[in-house]
Design a protein around this ligand. Structure first.
Ligand code: GLN
Length: 544
């Protein structure tokens, strides 16, 4: 019988509920308990695929091609599992499926209501994931904050689960914030009491309260929360803000959360082993030589838009014992000020994914700068398309080269839609999505990085390298180091006359882990770490 842990949030959003869920996964997995996770998103969109990164941050893509919430990225990185479409449920999906059943006649004669029809559909999603994953524990995060109108059916569904599967099989964890008042120099518990009251109003009594705070939480404050919220004191878990998210599982373990969950759910567990995680975090926190990488994108004001890219860079930097110094460069600033202003200290340049024309010319200039100055360059999806456009324009000399996404009338569409994409009208879920195989070409940077000939990586794009231009670009020095197994699609390109300029049509950032950086990121940092830029000094030989 699978056990369910439901995690709700109180007081405000963005207090790290997703990281908490991911960290609970880490500490359970460290006891040899199999875990999976699910995120419930109360919005009406069917998935975040059509949402602007400014509204939603990154769209995380699962290997089976679902466009999901970025929290799934943290679940994957922390629990080290590859999740599937079942791990992200939105209100939009639930309503769409219930309405489809109604139209089909499944409920003939009945009035369709939030309780029981919507809540039953939600509970089906819990059970479906439990069945498919066969995990011992399913951790389910309710998005948003307790009290939100849209979240009510989800709360009602998780309340019903206690009776459906038995009290001993369900645990409720509430994550709240203790705000600090500078006038009285104290942490306040009242908002937590209110959000717990709100939960109780829905019929849910939390078993565990995790208290986020920027300051250490005094014993008395824990006592107070225990008393007012009717939770054992050991189950009031302090979680103060830390410099690295990867430290959170260690803190929760220190506070004995793992043992508490094992006891409460009566789980079969081994002794916990977090030694590798502990060692990685210790290295992460130690002072390391910095490496400066510029990320040139157009959503740079909101770093969440590039969440997995940033994490993958961190993983790769740590692998080489470097501290990542990431410069967030808005490509429109490059268009205005030129490259040197923004990129002169960058030891490596990364151009990540993106959609639409705005900012693309700045990215092309960044690729041009990387090529001319022999600065390591990693292009991800749009970053590949930009690299190809730059090369076609300035090496082949066909000034007008472009992607038909940005200039539908160009005579040199080096990046174009595949014929099968041309007839698609719906925007949602119609791109090339999820894992696709890619055959690597021996002797190339890409093959050296992966050390194998066939790889699978996740995609999310509509446009592709246009094969009409394969030969001329190749003759000019472009190397196609990864192709689809049938040879029809260019998946990775690199340059012959450059120390390390590699781009891929897929998103390698999605499968990178702290203990196992993605090979392209790892080798990109390796190439960048020896590059000397303005302001840097070569290490002086010490007099003997
Ligand atoms: N806009 C480009 C396309 O649709 C690139 C997409 C991306 O970078 N994810 O092909």
């Amino acid at each position: 019988m699978p056990k369910y842990i439901f995690v709700t949030g109180g007081v405000v959003s963005s207090v790290g509920k997703g990281i908490t869920v991911a960290s609970i996964g880490t500490i359970l997995k460290s006891r040899q308990i199999s875990v999976t996770a699910q995120k419930l998103d109360p919005y009406i969109n069917v998935d975040p695929g059509t949402l602007s990164p400014y509204q939603h941050g990154e769209v995380f893509v699962t290997q089976d091609g679902a466009e999901t919430d970025l929290d799934l990225g943290n679940y994957e990185r922390f629990i080290d599992v590859n999740l599937t479409a079942e791990s992200n449920v939105t209100s939009g999906q639930i309503y769409r499926d219930v309405i489809a059943k109604e139209r089909r006649g499944d409920f003939l004669g009945g009035t369709i209501q939030v309780v029981p029809h919507i809540t039953t559909e939600i509970k089906e999603r819990f059970k479906k994931l439990a069945e498919k994953s066969q995990a011992d524990v399913i951790i389910i995060e309710v998005g948003g904050t307790v009290g939100d109108i849209e979240g009510q059916p989800f709360l009602e569904a998780i309340r019903q689960m206690r009776n459906d599967v038995g009290r001993g099989n369900v645990l409720y964890v509430h994550v709240t914030l203790l705000p600090y008042l500078t006038s009285t120099l104290e942490l306040k518990t009242k908002p937590t009491q209110h959000s717990v009251n709100e939960l109780r109003r829905m019929g849910i009594q939390p078993d565990i309260i995790i208290c986020r705070s920027d300051y250490p939480i005094p014993e008395g404050t824990r006592d107070k929360i225990s008393l007012f919220c009717d939770v054992n004191k050991e189950a009031v878990i302090p979680l103060t803000t830390v410099s690295s998210i990867y430290e959170v599982p260690l803190i929760l373990e220190e506070e004995k959360l793992g043992q508490l969950i094992v006891d409460k759910l009566d789980l079969k567990a081994q002794l916990t082993d977090l030694s590798q995680w502990r060692e990685l975090v210790a290295r992460l926190k130690a002072p390391l030589e910095p490496i400066t990488i510029a990320l040139v994108g157009k959503y740079t004001e909101l770093q969440d838009a590039y969440y997995s890219v940033r994490e993958a860079l961190r993983h790769a930097a740590l692998y080489h014992n470097r501290d990542l110094n990431l410069l967030w460069v808005n490509s429109e600033d490059i268009e205005r000020d030129g490259c040197d202003t923004w990129l002169r200290s960058a030891q490596g340049i990364i151009v990540p994914g993106g959609f639409g024309l705005r900012g693309v010319e700045g990215m092309i200039r960044a690729a041009n700068y990387a090529r001319n100055n022999e600065i390591p360059y990693l292009g991800l999806c749009l970053g590949l398309q930009v690299m190809v456009i730059e090369f076609a324009r300035y090496v082949l000399g066909s000034e007008e080269s472009n992607s038909s996404e940005f200039d539908a009338a160009t005579s040199y569409p080096v990046i174009d839609l595949l014929p099968e994409q041309k007839t698609i009208e719906n925007k949602g879920g119609t791109m090339r999505l999820g894992n696709y195989p890619c055959q690597l070409v021996e002797g190339t940077c890409a093959a050296k990085a992966y050390e194998q000939s066939l790889i699978h990586e996740r995609h999310r794009h509509r446009y592709e390298f246009n094969n009409d231009f394969r030969t001329p670009l190749q003759e000019a020095g472009m190397v196609y180091s990864g192709l689809s197994p049938d040879g029809k699609l260019v998946e990775i390109c690199e340059l012959a006359n450059h120390p390390w300029m590699v781009s891929c049509q897929f998103h390698p950032e999605f499968n990178s882990r702290l203990s196992r950086p993605n090979p392209l990121f790892r080798d990109f940092i390796n190439a960048a770490k020896d590059v000397l830029r303005e302001g840097a000094q070569p290490p002086l030989p010490l007099p003997s």
